[in-house]
Ligand binder design. Structure first.
Ligand code: BGC
Length: 740
């Protein structure tokens, strides 16, 4: 699968000779310089940076995206510094550069690695043309807490889906050849476990036992390293008492020794200095020591390395060999990118921002990312000829900036087409579209316009509500404790419901929201994440049936926030809940203590299931699965088994379906999840057509870290399911026996 653009350290590689050669010429100060990344954003112009670059006191800059400025910085590095070492130029290109694609969580809802890879290719091309040669993406923290604002940047709750998309994004950003002018170095972040911050509060502590770390949080990073990711970033969070930036267990034992990673490790922003704030070190000097000994090669946006590394060597506290190894990782990355051959970008050669191809891909990705959660009585798609008037209401119907989502530093908001604009364009004169924003923004508690909204809804054949969260409500340091629709949006839905005409809600948000308080008040519900520039055309096509919804949830949607974390691949516990051993008490205040409740693992007031499970998503087609089969009931370690099922589209329109394979290892040396995604395929199925979906599973793909923490496939009984979501009950079994 991977193209291995960066191979593990190989002494025979000509790059290694060049690295060694250059290292031999460097002074200690120049070496330390390569380990520093400076902020080059607006407040830090070339005049300010020039003396550092000339002195060889900086190896990388970040947060500059002006091609002329970047060329000038490179010129200073090449022409005015003693050794002429080019700069790594880093930037957060998270879901597009100029052309903004859906947020990564929305990209994950496409379950389409080819599309995610192509989106990353386009982003890399646009960013590279600005002189950027390194992006801090993908973020591949498994994220099971919707309160965490950065879940928007993640691929969701699942290990397998995250790993597949991590590889797709790394390959898309880096291309087949890192030296190519449209490739940039990727950075898998944040190593590791950041998604598990307590109560979803950003930067908080994580508590992850080693076995959970190895089986859940690390596999996407392992996959990214195998795919040749050039760099990794440490995590801000504390894990088992040691913050990611000082965590030698992660950065040395696992990353370097076990996985053989030979790329560059960068700290997160100022996170070396923060080691003191965490309470791990007494002062900056010790922080520099902890980070460098743990294996952090470069400090992002801080001065701890610059101020202390040389003195640490001179005092004999660390050996210069440790510095050399870190600098070699930096230089290797620069050679791999071909920067010594040509660090410049021709400003005249710029891909048109929002080229037809880029915009087309952004639309396809947005279309495939939207998840249809509810569609009673086939409320959708609207029949354009059966509809004379349509009310479009809500704070996110016509908000070109908000639909882009978090982390869009360089995004071109001028490319945004809003749902309102696209609906008008699509229906032309055939439908009278009446728009009312009704709320200043999603957080508003001002209900003065609700009467008018009701009037608009009453005057139309149907209403579409565009609700959710503005982009500022998710992303870094934007966690929420309450994940209901903000403000008085739910009240607006309830008022519109009373009109008695069809109501469709489209939710645009950076995280899963708790939607139980509107679910019964709408006929159809679409969850669109933050879909990016082409939100409008994508959603309009779905509403009017030009395309069928085909997104599937990459993360469970809880009923209430108190269920969090709730994810499908949980452990069984000793008293698992099922429909017949729980009670569900809607009104806990009325709970009578004598009520007989099952002794199982559930919440009295929320049961044990989410509102919508991982992998769920409806379609305008009607998909039915049957006849699951296994190619063998017994296989040996080292063999492959094929699991297949028949998938029929019993509906009336052609549509894409995402067929999913889940497995369960019934008994292990450590307990195993009740279900784990092990494969998926996006398939186009015509009405009336039946296709056979086949998944081949090698026993290596069933390996996990056991009680001794080693990776192995353990013989025993397995269940396998195929279906359209993680709740599928279509099951077969097979047994793995130890090879003779
Ligand atoms: C974030 C990183 C990001 C970096 C540079 C930090 O605050 O945690 O994910 O890449 O800033 O912008």
């Amino acid at each position: 699968m991977s193209k291995h653009t960066v191979v593990p350290l190989n002494e025979a590689d000509p790059i290694e000779a060049r690295v060694a050669n250059l290292l031999a010429k460097m002074t200690l100060a120049e070496k330390v310089g390569q380990m520093r990344q400076l902020n080059a954003s607006e407040g830090y112009p070339p005049d300010y940076l020039a003396p550092f670059i000339q002195a060889g006191a900086v190896g990388s800059v970040l947060n500059q995206a002006d091609v002329d400025i970047i060329n000038e910085l490179q010129r200073i590095a090449i022409e005015d510094s003693r050794l002429g070492i080019p700069l790594l130029v880093g930037r957060d290109v998270i879901h597009g550069f100029k052309t903004i694609f859906p947020i990564p969580l929305g990209q994950a809802a496409t379950w389409n690695p080819e599309l995610v890879g192509e989106g990353a290719r386009i982003a890399a091309r646009e960013a590279a043309a600005a002189g950027i040669n390194w992006t801090f993406a993908p973020m591949i923290d498994v994220s099971r807490d919707p309160r965490w604002g950065r879940i928007a940047e993640s691929f969701g709750e699942d290990v397998f889906l995250t790993a597949v998309l991590a590889v797709a994004m790394v390959e898309g950003l880096q291309g087949d050849d890192l030296t190519s002018p449209d490739s940039i170095a990727a950075c898998a972040k944040h190593f590791a476990g950041y998604g598990a911050v307590e109560s979803g509060r950003d930067y908080a502590t994580t508590n992850i036992p080693e076995n959970e770390l190895r089986n859940v949080y690390l596999p996407p990073f392992r996959a990214a390293v195998r795919a040749g990711v050039a760099t990794l970033m440490t995590s801000f969070s504390d894990i088992d008492g040691v913050p990611g930036t000082a965590n030698a267990f992660l950065l040395r034992q696992i990353l370097r020794d076990e996985w053989g990673f030979a790329g560059l490790v960068v700290s997160d922003w100022d996170s070396i200095r923060q080691l003191h704030i965490h309470g791990l070190t007494e002062n900056d000097w010790d922080s520099a020591f902890e980070a460098v000994t743990a294996g952090v090669d470069m400090e992002m946006a801080g001065d701890i390395y610059g101020n202390h590394l040389a003195a640490l060597v001179e005092s004999g506290r660390i050996a210069v060999g440790m510095i050399d190894a870190a600098v070699a990782n930096v230089l290797r990355t620069k050679f791999q990118l071909g920067l010594f051959e040509d660090p410049y970008v021709d400003p005249a050669v710029q891909p048109a921002a929002g080229s037809e191809h880029a915009v087309g891909m952004a639309k396809t990705m947005a279309t495939q990312s939207v998840v249809l959660l509810k569609n009673d009585n086939a409320a959708l798609p609207f029949a354009a000829d059966g509809l004379r008037s349509l009310a479009v209401i809500g704070p996110l119907a016509d908000a070109p900036y908000e639909q882009l989502g978090t982390w869009i530093f360089d995004g071109d908001v001028g490319l945004s087409v809003t749902p309102l604009a696209a609906i008008r364009e699509l229906v032309g004169d055939t439908v009278d579209v009446r728009y009312l924003r009704a709320m200043e923004n999603s957080r508003s508690r001002e209900t003065a316009a609700f009467d008018e909204a009701v009037e608009v809804a009453r005057s139309c054949d149907a209403t579409i509500l565009f609700l959710g969260e503005e982009s500022i409500l998710s992303g870094e340091a934007h966690s929420r404790a309450n994940i209901d629709l903000p403000g008085d949006q739910a009240k607006l839905v309830q008022r519109i419901r009373k009109v008695g005409k069809p109501v469709v809600a489209v939710i645009l948000a950076g995280r899963p929201l708790t939607l139980a308080n509107i679910l019964d008040h709408v006929d159809a519900l679409l969850f669109g994440w933050h879909p990016g520039a082409m939100a409008g055309p994508a959603i309009a096509d779905l509403l009017f049936g030009h395309e069928s919804p085909s997104g599937k949830l990459p993360v469970s949607l809880p009923r209430v926030v108190g269920q969090v974390p709730i994810y499908y691949s949980q452990k069984n516990s000793g008293k698992p809940a099922s429909a017949d051993n729980i009670v569900h008490i809607d009104d806990i205040d009325a709970f009578a203590p004598q009520t007989s409740v099952g002794m199982s693992s559930f919440h009295l007031d929320a049961g044990y299931t989410p509102l919508f499970e991982f992998g769920y998503g409806l379609s305008y087609g009607r998909f039915e699965y049957a006849n699951i089969r296994t190619s063998a009931h017994h296989i040996c370690i080292g063999d492959t088994v094929t699991i297949s099922a028949e998938l029929t589209n019993a509906g009336e329109v052609a549509a894409d379906e995402i067929a999913q394979l889940y497995v369960r290892d019934l008994v292990g040396s450590v307990t195993r999840p009740v279900k784990q995604l092990a494969g998926f395929q996006r398939l186009r199925v015509e009405p009336g057509q039946t296709v056979t979906v086949e998944f081949r599973l090698h026993t290596d793909e069933l390996a996990f870290h056991g009680r001794d923490q080693r990776l192995a496939t353990e013989p025993g009984e397995f269940h396998a399911w195929i279906g359209g979501s993680s709740a599928t009950e279509l099951r077969t079994e097979f047994r793995i026996v130890a090879s003779s």
